[in-house]
Structures are given as C-alpha cells and as structure tokens.
Design a protein around this ligand. Sequence first.
Ligand code: BGC
Length: 496
Amino acid sequence: MSVTASPAAVRSIYSSRSARDRAPRPRVVMTVRSSSTTLSAVPILTKLQRDCATPLPVLRHVADAMAADMRAGLEADGGSDLKMILSYVDALPTGNEKGLFYALDLGGTNFRVLRVQLGGKDERVVATEFEQVCIPHELMFGTSEELFDFIASGLANFAQKEGGKFNLPQGRTRELGFTFSFPVKQTSIDSGILIKWTKGFAVSGTAGKDVVVCLNEAMKRQELNMRVSALVNDTVGTLAGARYWDDDVMVAVILGTGTNACYVERVDAIPKLHSPNSTSGRTIVNTEWGAFSSGLPLTEFDREMDAESINPGEQIFEKTISGMYLGEIVRRVLIRMAEDARLFGDSVPEKLQMSFSLRTPDICAMQQDCSRDFEIVGSILYNVAGVNSNSSARKIVIDVCDAIAKRGGRLAGAGIVGILQKMEEDSKGTVFGNRTVVAMDGGLYEHYPQYRRYLQDAVTELLGPEISKNIVIEHSKDGSGIGAALLAATNSMYGH
Ligand code: BGC
C-alpha cells in the first residue's frame, strides 16, 4: 500500500518528536499515512450522512405522500406514480382448501417450483416440496420464448417426480398458482399484461403480452398438462399465505432484490373500479410502490446510478431501499472516497470499478463485523475490491454501509405507515385500533438485522408507542409460494 498523506497531516503528528524519530520507518509512516487518508474521507462521509438523513419530518412527508399517491392511483389508471393494480383476488384462503396444487415463483435471478398437498381445516398443509433453479444470466436479456421455455422445462421436470404424499385424482389437470413478481396489469385472476420488466430483466417481446399466455404456450411445447388458475404478484402471494394462518394480516411487503407492497382494500374505495364484482366487498390491491418518488432524500450517488441504469427515472423508491441497489450505492460512495481521499491507496481499485461488484449481502456482512480490527470487512474488501485496508478505512466503510441501510430501512418503514394511514383514514379505528399484521418477506428483510431494526424504529417513531403496539410487523417466510398454491385452490376450476 503506498498512501501519501498531506504534508500538513504528517507535520501535526510528528511535531513533538525528535529528528531521529523522524527518520523514515515504514510501519510508522504507513500508520500516519493511513489515518490521514481516512481523515480526508470524513467530509465525504459526513455529507453522505447529511444527504441521506431521514429525520421524522422526512419520514412523515414520505408516509403522507405514499397515502396521497395511493388515493390518486385508485382514482384513475396513470393517476400517480403508484399503479395500484387490482389483483382480482377477492376471496382470501379460509383454511378449507384441499388437494394437490402447484406454484411457480418467478421474480429474481432464480425461479422456484412448489408442490403443495392441502388437507383442509384440520390438516392444513400436509406436505410441500420445492426446487429452485437459477436463471442463466443471458436469459434475462434474451427473448420471451427462451425464458418461458426454460421455466416450463423446469416445471415439467419437477412435475414428473410427483408421488408419495402428493395425489392428483385421476383425469384431473394439474393447477398452478403463478407468482410473477413484475408489474402486470391484471385482466382477470388468471391473465395479465406485463407493463415492464424491473430488477435488471430486459427480456424482449414480453412487455405488452399476457404472461399467462406466454407460460401456457411454453408448457404446451413441453407437453405439460398444467393450467394457470391464479396469476399473482409475490406481495399478493405473501398476503394470501400469511392470511391462511392469521386473520389479522392486512398488508404484505417484499423487501428483497426488488420491493413492493399490497394490502386489503374496500372495493367501494376504488373509484377506478367501475363495476365492483366482489362478494366479500374487498380486494387486494398491488401498489407497485417501487415506483414511488416523492420527497426522497436522494444523493448524487443515487442520481448517477439511476442515470446509468437500464430504466432511468423509474423505480426510484426501489432503487433507494431494495437489495438490488444498496450494495451498488455503497460501491459508488467508496469509489468517490478512493478517488478524492485515496481511501484504498494511490490507485482506485480496478475490481471495485465494476458496477454491482459490491452486493448487498457484502455490505450486510460487513456491518455484522464486531472484531477489533474489522477483519471481516478487510477480507470482503480484499475479495471484492482486491484492496488491503487498515482498520480506520474499514470503519469508514462500515459507516457508509450504515448510512445507506439506515435510509433504506427507515424509508421502507415510512412507506408501510403510509399504507396503514390510508387504510385508517378510510375506516377509522379498524387499523390503528385493532391488531393489524404486516407480513414481510424477501432476503433483505430476512437477512439484514440493522435494516430490519431501522424499519421498525421508523414505524414506531411515526405512529407513537400506543398505536405501534397494535401494528405487528412479522416475517412470513416463503409465504408467497404457498400463498400462490392456495389461491390456485381458491380459484380451482374443480371448486374446492
Ligand atoms: C416488481 C414488483 C415485485 C417486487 C418484489 C418489483 O421490482 O415491480 O412487482 O413485487 O419487485 O419482488
């Protein structure tokens, strides 16, 4: 490592030493140089923390704007950043669902297939089996047909292995709940048009098409006897899955690669729904809150990342709070510190210059490092960026991770309060005055303890101690797969 400190910094540290002590001794020089380097990164850190700050008034603004945008999106399509998509899920699982159902979960770099045997009120979920398949990177940029063929062949392989506890009555077609975690304009419970890809997908030929038709055609090519009974967003699947066990679940939020939220809405509170056709009087609305953008505390690093993304100007909330982007924002800050304050030495680490080379799991792991010299941070920086770092540089890196995770968690918390607030305004006392559960899922929420804590703190700060006692924010692990299978059962062509 060859770091040169500014002459002023070197002078001030040496000022009380004798001339003999000033003779160059590599170890001392190294320490002096490193801490002065770290010092020059401090103003960048301080500015970042200031630009990212989420004090109560900012959180309040975000919650209020979220509620207002929800109303505008319910008023008319295109009325706000939030699409407020109708899910056509009017009847939630009751526990009476019986039979063998499948689920397919496509939403990130993997897809999952599930087989679920439901046993009704007493037996509930008798057995589940699942397989996860990694989607080759090139398919995320290929054609629609290639992607759906790949998925249908995974599904066909999985279906072939049926047996044991999984029974399909003779002559019946297999039924599938299809969790498709991208913005889709639903046209019925089993059809929907892809509006656009998110989360780095850029598959050609799918936007504007019915994704159920795409899957059905691919299943036909695989000669797979299966039909989609329910097309659901992952938030909707999570809400249904969590509601199966707990009647108080009213909202579901995904915080993973991407982010989104859905909630249970009264049909008479949806002006854009001209002929309400729900026996329960309620329906699930998929907010697509990733597109929210009002009053967010954004930094120059966010703006640059957005400008260079494949969807500039879109999904701004998602780019600020979700797992796909947190590591990338931190990387951009570290590059600035390396360039302007020589945080990692004279040169800017080449490996770190690669977009998305620092991932959110890396920044999460670095934040868990409690060792005296931050050895985990040191080895992650070495592996990811190929740099040797000293402990003061590592501390700065942790502070950068914390600033970005804190902003993300707190803004996610404010978004949740915005949804609850909107529901409460329409039906006074029903949300804040009763136990209300927000079902959470996604790797970011599950695996990043600081992020989770920041989210909960923001909710408590905004709602105050009394109301927050009624709001239960809980993890509903992998609920969306089971939820989709349950919704396939609820909407089965054979009844249930
Ligand atoms: C998609 C949503 C999805 C969310 C979480 C977003 O990018 O637009 O439909 O629910 O990611 O997976």
